[in-house]
Write a protein that binds this ligand. Structure first.
Ligand SMILES: NC(=O)c1ccc[n+]([C@@H]2O[C@H](COP(=O)([O-])OP(=O)(O)OC[C@H]3O[C@@H](n4cnc5c(N)ncnc54)[C@H](OP(=O)(O)O)[C@@H]3O)[C@@H](O)[C@H]2O)c1
Length: 253
């Protein structure tokens, strides 16, 4: 990973933040993107304090101009893009279909699904222009395969990433660019804590966690490890694939 250039969306928190730290520890230049610039700046400072290389660009992945600017900033600053991690996502408001507000549906789709489309569109252009091999990892969820009550918007957006990833993998393979989907299970991040509040401690402890073979939530670093692996040369024959990192949860439910 030494001197490779990695662009990570949703780097201000949770899985994206851990992924940025993991790539930086391996010697990569990391470009951090999200809406909260203060959070990104403090992560840049902490990565630099540890001897790593990082910079940040304020980006809303659902806005075309922002995404174009994020990729242009990466190329202008480092001259290339080797890996792109499309991790930004929201859970949105959970509600039964009869109550689900249209604007919630739209914002979940715009960020979780259209955002990944926009990111890949401009990342792929830059990678193809660069004329070297590369890798893209999108972040789905166990909800890329499993539905749950009141989860229609989130679940649909994450299912969509399977089709988006496999289609774009087939398109970009001839250019030497691999495209994969990591599907985290329950992972201890701020999103996890918000969802735990909605589900309630009792259902979480007695209903949800026991379905995980490993009997615990994942750590964001464990998701980061899978993402780094899929970008590495160790994964040179893996493309169009989904890697579920869920402690066994999808095998039980
Ligand atoms: N935690 C879990 O249990 C779990 C399980 C399965 C899948 N996932 C997926 O993993 C990914 C990361 O989730 P997390 O758990 O790390 O959640 P998190 O702690 O809430 O972090 C979400 C990240 O996405 C960014 N983001 C949200 N909307 C954005 C937008 N419009 N433009 C740019 N960035 C945006 C946030 O940054 P700003 O607010 O600063 O923009 C933040 O950095 C998500 O795609 C999520 O669906 C999580």
């Amino acid at each position: 990973m030494k001197n490779k250039v990695v662009l990570i969306t949703g780097a201000s928190s949770g899985i994206g933040k851990s992924t940025a730290e993991a790539f930086a520890a391996k010697g990569a230049h990391v470009v951090l993107a999200a809406r909260r610039k203060d959070e990104l700046d403090s992560l840049v400072a902490s990565i630099k304090a540890g001897g790593g290389k990082a910079s940040a660009i304020k980006t809303d992945v659902s806005i075309t101009k922002d995404v174009q600017g994020m990729v242009a900033y990466t190329i202008d600053t480092y001259g290339r893009l080797d890996y792109a991690i499309n991790n930004a996502g929201i859970e949105g408001e959970l509600a039964p279909i009869t109550e689900l507000p249209e604007d919630v549906w739209d914002s979940v789709m715009n960020i979780n699904l259209k955002g990944v489309f926009l990111c890949m569109k401009y990342q792929a252009k830059a990678m193809i222009k660069g004329g070297h091999s590369g890798a893209i990892v999108n972040v789905g969820s166990v909800n890329s395969f499993l539905g749950f009550p009141s989860g229609a918007a989130y679940v649909t957006s994450k299912h969509g990433l399977v089709g988006l990833t496999t289609s774009v993998s087939a398109e970009l393979a001839p250019q030497g660019i691999r495209v994969n989907l990591v599907c985290p299970g329950i992972t201890k991040t701020p999103m996890h804590d918000r969802l735990r509040d909605v589900v309630g401690d009792d259902l979480y402890d007695k209903g949800l966690l026991p379905t995980v073979h490993l009997q615990r939530a994942g750590r964001p670093e464990e998701m980061a490890n899978a993402i780094v692996f899929l970008c590495s040369d160790q994964a040179s024959y893996i493309t169009g694939s989904t890697l579920t990192v869920d402690g066994g949860l999808t095998l039980t439910m």
